[in-house]
Design a protein around this ligand. Structure first.
Ligand SMILES: [Ca+2]
Length: 452
């Protein structure tokens, strides 16, 4: 009965794993660049489109502020609560660790109590605008995979623009405008991402959804909605990622929309909680941000499934005979045809578009290597092609498998697939008890039912 329970649990785990793989956080496709296949011609590489896992990009970001001296605390400053101009018992002092609010506190581990946050100087120079640029640089093209979420410790700004750069900060384009009054601030009609359609997805909008006054003071986040935009192709719960990937493959503008090297948050006017500014109490007005979340992946043109951070620099670990930080060109001696990115199509493995050897000599080599490989192909070794389940590799040519296992690398259990295994002296438990098999399939059905 214990075995039956274990099988039931295993069935549930298969089901949960399946669900996890289909969740937006780990889509499960395109995670392997190549695999080895055993064919009549010997072992051959089979190439597939691949991409690195989506991850928290904060770990790799460099942050710069403009103007440089905009962080509070030099000299020490007293600031007041926005809601109560007479509650002025807070101090910012850059020289005292507990009272300092440097920019790195926007990217530290969350969940600390009290919250850690960056804070600007107060609006003491009013009516000169209090404006700050927060520039996030990755020095590498990345692709966004989830919403950008900025959490304010102060009230949310009354005017703000989120911008992106695709050329390491040389030129900038707006991503989204945010204001309490879009018409007044940017002469734009207010819109919401919820009103967008497939044909308007690339529109740059101004939204009033995240800039309401201090009556909403517990609402602290400002978002740039990536998932809502994905959902226009992939469905509300992002179940149909194939549709999105297909669209990304064929529409360069769409792919570029989610791609960037830098982000710039332009804070243009702090929260005032009113239509007028209280000039007697300017220490009520400032910006404070406790967290910025950017989830994405290295852009490797579907030619790498990993990206390394070495000496402060991100770069793709290129496959398919490609090279460069983004795998955006063919390796030397592999320019037999023009470089092209991998393709998501056909779903789910895509097309690798590998770079091939160049020149007539290269082509000759391919033929002769092919012939040579056929004679000398390694079927097994002690590194990547290990014989499994206790098999022994003989002269790199074949695995001698223990009883109960077969296959090139002894990877297949003989008693599977309806064959009787009772006569085999295998130490493994095979599913030859029909009652257990029935229980297993019942458990699997139940789990599938709950998963769907
Ligand atoms: Ca923080």
């Amino acid at each position: 009965m214990q075995l039956a329970l274990a099988l039931a649990l295993q069935a549930c785990w298969v089901c949960i794993s399946h669900a996890i793989q289909n969740s937006p956080a780990s889509w499960g496709h395109y995670d392997v660049c190549k695999s080895q296949l055993y064919t009549d011609n010997g072992l051959v590489w089979h190439y597939m489109a691949c991409q690195p896992e989506s991850t928290n990009m904060n770990k790799y970001v460099k942050v710069n502020l403009e103007p440089e001296n905009i962080t509070c605390g030099e000299p020490p400053e007293i600031y007041c609560a926005l809601e109560n101009p007479y509650m002025c018992n807070n101090e910012c002092d850059a020289a005292t660790e507990e009272l300092a609010h440097p920019p790195e506190l926007m990217f530290d581990v969350e969940g600390r109590n009290p919250t850690t946050f960056w804070q600007s100087t107060t609006w003491k120079n009013y009516p000169k605008p209090l404006q700050v640029n927060i520039i996030l640089s990755w020095d590498k093209t990345i692709e966004l995979t989830d919403d950008i979420v900025i959490t304010f410790e102060s009230g949310r700004p009354e005017q703000m623009v989120l911008e992106k750069s695709l050329d390491y900060g040389r030129t900038w384009q707006p991503y989204q405008f945010y204001a309490t009054d879009c018409l007044d601030a940017f002469t734009m009609d207010p819109r919401s991402v919820r009103e967008m359609s497939q044909s308007t997805l690339l529109d740059i909008i101004c939204t009033e959804d995240y800039s309401r006054g201090y009556v909403w003071k517990y609402d602290k986040t400002v978002r740039f909605e990536i998932k809502d935009r994905f959902a226009l192709f992939a469905g509300p719960r992002l179940h149909n990622m194939a549709s999105l990937y297909g669209q990304l493959d064929t529409t360069k503008n769409l792919r570029d929309f989610f791609t960037l090297t830098d982000l710039r948050i332009k804070l243009l006017r702090p929260a005032t909680g009113s239509t007028t500014v209280d000039e007697e109490n300017l220490s009520r007005y400032f910006y404070a941000i406790s967290d910025i979340k950017v989830q994405g992946r290295c852009k490797c043109n579907l030619h790498a499934n990993s990206c390394v951070f070495d000496k402060g620099k991100l770069s793709c670990v290129c496959e398919h005979n490609t090279t460069g930080v983004d795998c955006s060109r063919c390796k030397k001696h592999y320019q037999g045809r023009a470089w092209s990115p991998g393709s998501y199509l056909p779903i789910p493995k895509g097309t690798a578009n590998v770079c091939v050897q160049s020149g007539p000599a290269g082509r000759l080599n391919v033929t002769s290597l092919g012939f040579a490989n056929r004679n000398q192909a390694r079927v097994c070794d002690d590194v990547l092609l290990r014989c499994q389940n206790g098999g022994v590799c003989v002269q790199h040519q074949s695995c001698v498998c223990p009883p109960g296992f077969s296959g090139v690398l002894c990877e297949t259990e003989r008693c599977r697939g309806g064959r009787s295994c009772e006569e085999l002296p295998s130490g493994r438990d095979c599913l030859h008890l029909s009652s257990l098999a029935l229980f297993y399939s019942l458990a699997l059905s139940l789990c599938s039912f709950f998963c769907l």
